[in-house]
Write a protein that binds this ligand. Structure first.
Ligand code: 6PG
Length: 262
C-alpha cells in the first residue's frame, strides 16, 4: 500500500462481469444501510462505459427489488456539456441502463444540466446539492455527504471530469465546477475532489488491461495528483474501495493481486 492511498481496499475480481456484479451487490448493501439509518440513500453515479453493466444489473430482477427506489436520490459525479439525449451524455447512459427501468421518482433524479452555460450550470448544481444535504445536524464543512460515490478511472488517471493538469484540481472551496479540458477543447461539469472526499463510501470501478499501468501508478506509485487526479480521492472519513478485474490489476504488486482476488 503506497503512502498515496493508505486506506484503499482493492478487490480483484476475475473479469468485468464479476466486477459489475460485486459493485451492484455493494450498491444494494450501502443503499439498504442508508435507508435503514437515515430514511434515504444518496448516490453520485459515474459516467463513462464501465458502469453501464452495473446499472443494467441493478435494474434487473436479481438486484432491483432489494432497493427502495422511492428513497433513492441519484446525482452525477460529472457530465459532458451536451443535451441529455446526446450520445455523450452520462445522464442518457444512466437513464437507458437504470433510471428508466426502476421505480425511482422523477424528482429524485438530480441531473447535471449539460446544455447551456457551463459555469452557471455548475453553480445551479451546487445550489441543488446544498439544498439537499444541508440539515440542522450537518456541519457545512462536512458536506456534501453522499452515501456512495461511484467513480471510474480513465487510462490517463482522471476520475469524474478531474483531468490531469486541469483547473478543477486546484479547487478548494466549490463542490461543483465547470472544468476546462484542453484535450477536448470543451468544458465538463464535475464534482470536485473535496466534494467526493466527503462521501461515506467511495467506490472505483476499473477494468481492462489498458488501465493496468495507470492503476499501478495511482495505487503504488509516487504522489503526483496533478498528473494522476485519481490520487486526489482520499475520503476524509469514509471508505475507499477499488473494484478491479484481473486484467486491470495485472501490474499491481503480487500481494495485492492475490490478497483481494475473488
Ligand atoms: C466520464 C466519466 C469518467 C470515466 C472514465 C472511465 O464522464 O467519462 O465520469 O471519469 O469514469 O473516463 O471511463 P470508461 O468507464 O469509459 O473507461
Amino acid at each position: 500500500m503506497s503512502e498515496e492511498t493508505p486506506n484503499a481496499n482493492v478487490r480483484v475480481l476475475t473479469d468485468a462481469d464479476a466486477v459489475a456484479r460485486a459493485v451492484a451487490a455493494r450498491f444494494v448493501e450501502i443503499a439498504c444501510e442508508a435507508v435503514g439509518a437515515r430514511g434515504r440513500f444518496s448516490v453520485a453515479l459515474s459516467g463513462g462505459t464501465t458502469p453501464r453493466r452495473v446499472y443494467e444489473l441493478l435494474s434487473g430482477e436479481e438486484f432491483s427489488a432489494r432497493v427502495e427506489w422511492a428513497k433513492v436520490h441519484v446525482f452525477f459525479g460529472d457530465e459532458r456539456c451536451v443535451p441529455p439525449d446526446d450520445a455523450e451524455s452520462n445522464y442518457r447512459m444512466a437513464r437507458e441502463s437504470l433510471l428508466s427501468r426502476v421505480p425511482i421518482p422523477t424528482q429524485n433524479v438530480h441531473r447535471m444540466i449539460g446544455e447551456g452555460d457551463a459555469v452557471a450550470n455548475a453553480r445551479l448544481y451546487e445550489d441543488e446539492l446544498r439544498a439537499f444535504f444541508r440539515t440542522d445536524e450537518s456541519p457545512i464543512e462536512e458536506l456534501p455527504r453522499f452515501d456512495l460515490a461511484l467513480l471510474g478511472m480513465g487510462d490517463d488517471g482522471h476520475t469524474a471530469s478531474l483531468f490531469p493538469h486541469s483547473p478543477a484540481l486546484e479547487e478548494r472551496q466549490a463542490w461543483v465546477v465547470a472544468n476546462r479540458i484542453e484535450k477536448f477543447n470543451a468544458f465538463r461539469l464535475t464534482l470536485t475532489a473535496r466534494a467526493i472526499n466527503h462521501a461515506a463510501h467511495v467506490l472505483f470501478i476499473v477494468t481492462g488491461a489498458g488501465k493496468a499501468e495507470r492503476l499501478r501508478e495511482v495505487l503504488e506509485g509516487g504522489r503526483d495528483p496533478l498528473r494522476l487526479p485519481s490520487q486526489l480521492i482520499k475520503p476524509t472519513s469514509g471508505t475507499l474501495d477499488w473494484y478491479v478485474d484481473r486484467a486491470a490489476s495485472s501490474k499491481l504488486s503480487d500481494g495485492r493481486q492475490s490478497a483481494g482476488h475473488e
